[in-house]
Design a protein around this ligand. Structure first.
Ligand code: 13P
Ligand code: SF4
Length: 304
């Protein structure tokens, strides 16, 4: 079968079965093409809260599918590949954070959306990379405990200097692996290019950049810019997808290290198997987890 034949089959089956397909911006082009919506984590959570379809397939990682389930517990939610987890989301568990909360009872606990549903049950509010600064700014409490990503947390703390932001030592192993040496080499190779980075990168890399934003933020910035060349400091798929969208511009990945195996494990055939009813993994969350974790997501939508 050709890619086009698989795509047509998916489109036909999803219409017949009333299925909505959501794809994170890191997904491959052939998956984004058949999705009802693609975007960053925040945009996906808003799209998930609005869809009328009975079944939602999330082409992304587990916490994104869990977020869909929290917002639409009555829907059947499938993660397109059962092994697609986010290592950052698994770094901190409920026992650890309960203990930390006990030490800092006067702090508002802000969880990056890249956390498990279970951990969200004991946090006060969620943020995404595109909404974090605004939400932290809108929280009344001056004392913020930010988890798990210390790089995103450091970026937020810098943008909202009147808050007292306490960070924990977690983060994305993919983005955190990129360093200023990688920046220097990329700039030497492409001296005319602007550097656009995700705030999951370490502060020294963020400091060298011309723009900092979420995956969608980076894409919009590059598409709307008059500039012609860009070094992209997030998963390499963004540089590739941008190149398809803007053939007249040039996009270079900041480093070969920026490959997320969990995002890349999803294939078009996995999506086909899901719409056939023979693939993916259904997300099941108990009632108490849905009730308690959802408050965190609702608060995010309210404050952003
Ligand atoms: P966005 O919030 O930009 O979609 O990022 C999600 C993510 O996992 C980045 O690595
Ligand atoms: Fe998680 Fe990092 Fe992969 Fe994003 S790039 S899904 S934060 S491991």
């Amino acid at each position: 079968m050709t890619v086009k034949e698989v795509q047509d089959k998916i489109l036909k089956l999803k219409q017949e079965k009333d299925i909505c397909i959501l794809a994170h911006s890191y997904q491959a082009r052939e998956i984004i093409e058949i999705a009802d919506f693609s975007g960053d984590s925040y945009q996906l959570s808003v799209a998930a809260s609005k869809t009328d379809s009975k079944t939602v397939i999330m082409c992304g990682v587990r916490f994104m599918a869990e977020t869909v389930k929290l917002l639409s517990p009555e829907k059947t939610v499938l993660l397109s590949h059962p092994e697609a987890g986010c290592p950052m989301a698994e770094q901190m568990d409920k026992a650890l954070i309960s203990a930390v909360k006990g030490q800092f009872p006067e702090y508002t606990v802000v969880a990056y959306i890249n956390t498990t549903a279970e951990l969200k049950t004991i946090c006060d509010v969620c943020v995404t990379s595109s909404s974090a600064v605004k939400i932290v700014n809108n929280i009344e409490n001056k004392n913020i405990l930010f988890l798990p990503d210390c790089n995103l947390g450091a970026y937020v703390a810098q943008q909202v200097p009147d808050k007292n932001v306490k960070l924990l030592q977690g983060g994305c192993p993919i983005h955190a692996a990129v360093n200023t040496d990688d920046v220097r080499k990329a700039k030497e190779r492409h001296p005319e290019a602007l550097l656009l980075v995700h705030p999951e990168c370490v502060p020294e890399v963020v400091k060298c950049s011309d723009y900092v934003g979420s995956t969608s933020g980076i894409m919009e910035y590059a598409m709307n810019s008059k500039h012609k060349e860009f070094i992209i400091g997030t998963e390499l798929s963004i540089a590739e997808n941008l190149q398809y969208r803007c053939p007249e511009k040039r996009f270079y990945g900041l480093s070969h290290k920026l490959m997320c195996p969990n995002m890349r494990i999803n294939t078009l055939v996995d999506v086909l198997n899901c719409v056939k009813g023979d693939g993916g993994e259904e997300i099941i969350l108990d009632e108490a987890t849905i009730r308690d974790a959802r408050m965190c997501i609702d608060k995010m939508i309210e404050l952003s």
